[in-house]
Design a protein around this ligand. Structure first.
Ligand SMILES: CC(C)(COP(=O)(O)OP(=O)(O)OC[C@H]1O[C@@H](n2cnc3c(N)ncnc32)[C@H](O)[C@@H]1OP(=O)(O)O)[C@@H](O)C(=O)NCCC(=O)NCCS
Length: 290
């Protein structure tokens, strides 16, 4: 088995997607995962290539007999190390490949005091993260059709679509909430997600992204702004599409309450694994860009 850096090539992006698909579908309930849309496939491939360019030393592929069997994609932003995606083919699991990949990726975060991972419920993953010193915060997700009768009162805080001219604002909110800007990930999300919503008032600022039914990342300087942004994002989920809000720790009860009020179903999922930091709040991390 050899480890090598992930390259910015269609072949490596396809290998990462194939391994992730096989590994996540093998988890309990994974066979019920809906097929990815064309846009999701494009974004998945593009994410691997984005990180191979921004963080080549954080992105590793394991090969056996010339075949890719596992990978870890990680990134480092302003003293915060994050694991974006991590998987090993089911038939190659339990042999220490994940441990080696995680160690290689974590070496990229050497010197970072803080770390963040949106972890699946996989017991092997939880073991690896805890043994690497992460605190495991159990997470929930909200999903289902939005009950639009609950949306009649839009509230008095203005929310408007954002674009690349708002990047300084986004990075400032990121630094306040999680101690590090998303930087180049905002370019990625602006290019690949359906919309960016901004609330910028004298009392504070916040933003969130929506792609299809999923609210991907939400950061705000107050719960009041966060609630307003989440309600607006859910109001914009297309008719006939299920909404999805993931990676909610107990600190995000404001979001749980919004979801329950709008008829969404609450379930437990995996963990938000954190090192050297408390769960940011009010904040809904992006699984891939944290
Ligand atoms: C998480 C994952 C990448 C780990 O890869 P791997 O090659 O199996 O990892 P390793 O063999 O190095 O380590 C797995 C550890 O979990 C343990 N483990 C595996 N299944 C377990 C279970 N059901 N209960 C408890 N421990 C378990 C193994 O014994 C091993 O621990 P050890 O080395 O201390 O003995 C892989 O299991 C995977 O792809 N899972 C599905 C996708 C996923 O959830 N990815 C993480 C996203 S956050």
């Amino acid at each position: 088995m050899i480890l090598r850096q992930v390259r910015d090539t269609p072949a490596d992006a396809a290998a990462v997607r194939e391994i992730a698909g096989a590994a996540f579908r093998a988890l309990p309930g994974g066979s019920a995962l809906p097929p990815e849309s064309a846009a999701e496939i494009t974004a998945h491939l593009a994410r691997t290539r984005h990180l191979a360019v921004t963080d080549p030393e954080g992105c590793w592929l394991a090969e056996e007999d010339g075949r890719a069997v596992g990978f870890a994609l990680s990134m480092r932003r302003e003293g915060l190390w994050m694991l974006s995606l991590f998987a090993v083919l089911p038939q190659a699991q339990g042999k220490g490949i994940g441990k080696l990949l995680l160690e290689a990726a974590a070496a990229h975060g050497r010197g970072c005091l803080r770390g963040m991972i949106c972890a699946s419920p996989d017991p092997g993953a939880a073991r690896r993260y805890r043994m690497a010193g992460f605190t495991l915060h159990p997470t929930m997700k909200l999903s289902g059709r939005v009950d639009r009768t609950g949306l009649l009162d839009a509230g008095d805080i203005p929310v408007h679509p954002g674009n690349a001219t708002h990047k300084h604002l986004l990075d400032s909110v990121d630094r306040r909430l999680r101690g590090a800007a998303h930087g180049p990930e905002h370019d990625f999300m602006l290019a690949h997600y359906d919309e960016l919503l901004i609330a910028d008032t004298l009392a504070g600022s916040g933003y969130c992204y929506r792609v299809g039914g999923a609210v991907k990342l939400l950061a705000a300087t107050s719960k009041r702004l966060a609630v307003r942004l989440l309600r607006e994002a859910l109001a914009r989920v297309p008719d006939g599409t299920d909404a999805r809000v993931e990676h909610l720790t107990a600190e995000q009860e404001w979001a749980v309450d919004v979801g329950l009020e709008l008829g969404l179903t609450l379930e437990s999922t995996g963990y938000l694994a954190l090192r050297g930091m408390k769960p940011p709040a009010p904040y809904l991390p992006s699984g891939g860009f944290l």
